[in-house]
Design a binder for this molecule. Structure first.
Ligand code: P6P
Length: 334
């Protein structure tokens, strides 16, 4: 018998009711703001290649409308769809220097949403998958509206109540966790709904793929170079392939489903790592741990790091237990 249609909204509601029977549905309503925004983004990403015909960013298209850069459009879609949910107090985006307080809802809103609206957007020109990444934290309502919003934003990744991404690839997939496992939903364009396609995703205990930008290898700390040589030598008990897309969501999505390891170590250009802690490493780390994987900065658990600024960078190594345990033994012995 065919599986009953389970949409992401239904799934979140059932998750919440299972864990808190009196759940108000407030969280499901918040997440529906994110899914709505990503459907708008998916539609524009799919048509990006037509920009030349319809007009490219900053120019007018055939209808005389100004065509926006996709990452600006993605950011505006998320700010709008989340800003009208009524239960989001603060939003923080890769595209905005400072957090945005939702003035009307600051007094009673209990959620902070941090996001990268269109990660890897430079890959769109060559038709490579890109993604939206989000992280949801709680905050105390601020009736006086006097509390510094940054205090509510700069929380360690362990405080996340939910996190996820949408990968705009051969299909559009919504993958999320609310602290009770990881589930994947595929956008059905015919009905315009995200329908469950990958229930209870588990990362394999060991993989056979490592994912890193090898062009930077000469500037990696010695321990990372030893680690990669170890994987290539077969000493880890299997032959590894190297796969690197250069789009974090796509590289992580493959690691989540197939196992292995993704690394962005410190480099000469980015001695603190290139990836952002708050809206790339933290949500990815939450998903990885919820699926049975691990995520560190090469030394510390990503979700234990106390952030000091909204856009701070971090090294990121995330993957299966076997590859992560090996990394710890090799890098920490450097
Ligand atoms: P590099 C995309 O620009 C991004 O932020 C991530 O999506 C991706 O993992 C990384 O940068 C790729 O960086 O230096 O290898 O091109």
């Amino acid at each position: 018998m065919a599986q009953p249609l389970m949409t992401v909204q239904q799934h979140i509601l059932e998750e919440q009711r299972r864990r808190a029977p009196q759940a108000s549905g407030e969280f499901s309503w918040l997440l529906s703001g994110i899914t709505l925004a990503t459907k708008i983004i998916a539609d524009r990403v799919r048509r990006a290649g037509l920009a030349d015909i319809l007009g490219s960013a900053g120019q007018q298209n055939v209808q005389g409308e100004v065509v926006q850069k996709l990452d600006v459009l993605a950011n505006q879609a998320l700010l709008h769809c989340l800003g009208v949910r009524g239960n989001v107090a603060i939003m923080a985006s890769e595209e905005n220097a400072e957090p945005i307080v939702v003035a009307r809802d600051r007094a009673h809103g209990k959620h902070v949403v941090v996001f990268d609206p269109l990660d890897g957007s430079s890959n769109i020109d060559v038709n490579v998958s890109v993604g939206t990444i989000f992280s949801i934290l709680r905050c105390e309502p601020d009736p006086t509206g006097t509390r510094d919003p940054m205090k509510d934003v700069l929380q360690p990744g362990a405080n996340q109540v939910a996190a996820g991404y949408v990968v705009y690839g051969s299909s559009t997939m919504f993958v999320y966790t609310a602290g009770n496992g990881v589930n994947g939903f595929t956008l059905d364009p015919q009905i315009g709904a995200y329908v469950i396609s990958h229930p209870n995703i588990r990362m394999p205990r060991q993989g056979s793929i490592y994912s890193v930008n090898e062009a930077n290898a000469d500037s990696f700390p010695e321990g990372y170079r030893r680690y990669l040589a170890h994987l290539r030598s077969g000493a880890a008990g299997r032959t590894y392939s190297s796969r690197y897309i250069g789009s974090l969501v796509a590289d992580f999505h493959r690691t989540l489903l197939k196992g292995g390891v993704f690394l962005y170590p410190p480099t000469k250009t980015h001695p603190q790592g290139k990836l952002r802690l708050m809206y790339e490493a933290n949500p990815i780390a939450f998903l990885a741990e919820e699926a049975g994987g691990l995520a560190t900065d090469g030394a510390r658990r990503i979700r234990d790091i106390q952030p000091t600024s909204l856009h701070q960078r971090t090294p990121l190594v995330v993957g299966s237990p076997a590859e992560m345990e090996l990394l710890e033994s090799v890098v920490s012995s450097q």
